[in-house]
Design a protein around this ligand. Sequence first.
Ligand SMILES: [Fe+2]
Length: 223
Amino acid sequence: MGSYSIGDLSRREILKMSIVLAGSSVAFSTNLTAAEVALRRTPAQILGPFYPLNKLTRNFDLTRVPGRTGHADGQVLNVMGRVLNLAGKPVRNAKVEVWQANAYGRYTHPNDTNPAPLDPNFVGSAVLATDPQGRYRFKTIKPAAYPAGPDLIRPAHIHFQVSGRHDRLVTQMYFENDPYNEKDPILNSAGRKELLITRLLDPSPEFDPDSKVVMFDIVLFKG
Ligand SMILES: [Fe+2]
């Protein structure tokens, strides 16, 4: 892994992250005393059938396709968080791969048979690297729920594959109040599914006022 996306973040953007991250928290075990605080590993989820076939790009703005003037359809999200190990230490230079459906519930993947439209202005995937404080961020749109079988509609989610030096986690990030969360067998296979469900937060003044902020911390075993 190189230090690619760290270099992509301007000082101003890192400052933005710091402001938002100051208000974030990760879930601590309630069975431990303060002196024994340990984090819970983020639950794993299946990779799913739409892991990108093409090499992932090192672009952290998925809402614009290089060379095009348009913007992706949908609610803009600034997704950010930290990659930590069980001891709460930041995992620097972790590789964070993300991929997701567009605002109509369609993946840019030849195996996706959903007739929903493709969005020519949406980059459906990216690879990022965490900075020395374990932070990552990307700009995207909120994906839509999509049909995944005769009796199954997947709730909106973003796929993550996070690789540290010692271990790797494949998971999916969900959104609070999605009507399909309750019956989704994949989300409900997670022991502590609440660790995978995020909330849309109002942006601080540094961000586009029409966008939302999503905090998603990811905990590996060793990092
Ligand atoms: Fe998916």
